[in-house]
Design a protein around this ligand. Structure first.
Ligand code: PGA
Length: 253
């Protein structure tokens, strides 16, 4: 599956909105958001709300759905986990991998993100690889080094051919859920750095085609400014994606 058309407006609901709330959300969102062929709208509901979400968007092929996480194995004795193949069967088109909450709350390692990206690609889905530095790393001026270390092993495991299915999300950890978004300058600088890393691996043409999203305290009132930054191909929105009207404003930005 190819990466979605840019700009990509993505909502990560995290551990919010059960099946009934998901259905209610889409009832309100789809009433105010009309299909547009110049951008992609994607939601990452909790796994238990996936079926209800899919049912709610059944008539709207402009809205894509993904899972927030998968395990790298195809199946077996892994209590509480979901495989990429199951995600595909359920109708997911994308999967978040390496979100900072997976890395820093649940201890997910970069090696595990590599295995998950492989599993997602092997299932024919689009991995949205999340990278980003912590505040102390930025204060120490180490943000490029940290993001390179998160990105490089994944890129080594993804072929040139597969790179057209890849999406990267730059989410500085200090901007997630804090109300402090990266400045357009900081976001622009990091997106340029990520693009250069992609170009070093895949060449400029392929690197230019890989969407790089910004995430971290994106709101209706700052989305347009962030989306207008050179190299920002979309946004990954947490808290503000829970409000159907607010998120529709972000999608229109
Ligand atoms: P936030 O989360 O928009 O609530 O900061 C973003 C994310 O974690 O993807």
């Amino acid at each position: 599956m190819s990466a979605p058309l840019r700009p990509v407006l993505a909502g990560n609901w995290k551990m919010n909105l059960g099946p009934a709330e998901a259905a209610r959300f889409f009832g309100e969102f789809l009433a105010v958001w009309q299909p547009r062929d110049d951008r992609s709208v994607v939601f990452f509901p909790p796994a238990v709300s996936f079926a209800a979400s899919r049912e709610a968007v059944r008539a709207r092929h402009d809205v894509r759905l993904g899972l927030q996480n998968v395990h790298w194995e195809a199946g077996g004795a892994f209590t509480g986990e979901t495989s990429a193949g199951m995600a595909a069967e359920a109708g997911a088109e994308l999967v978040l991998v390496g979100h900072s909450e997976r890395r820093w709350v649940f201890g997910e390692t970069t090696d595990e993100t590599v295995k998950k990206v492989r599993a997602v690609l092997d299932a024919g889905l689009v991995p949205v690889l999340c990278v980003g530095e912590k505040i102390e790393e930025r204060r120490a001026g180490r943000q490029d080094e940290v993001v390179r270390a998160q990105l490089a092993p994944v890129l080594q495991a993804v072929s040139l051919d597969e790179a057209r299915s890849l999406v990267v999300a730059y989410e500085p950890v200090w901007a997630i859920g804090t109300g402090v978004n990266a400045t357009p300058q900081d976001a622009g600088a990091m997106h340029a750095f990520v693009r250069a890393e992609l170009a070093a691996r895949y060449g400029h043409e392929t690197a230019a085609a890989i969407p790089i999203l910004y995430g971290g305290s994106v709101k209706p009132d700052n989305a347009a400014a962030l989306l207008s930054v050179e190299g920002v191909d979309g946004v990954l929105v947490g808290g503000a994606s829970l409000d159907p009207h607010g998120f529709a404003k972000i999608c229109a930005a």
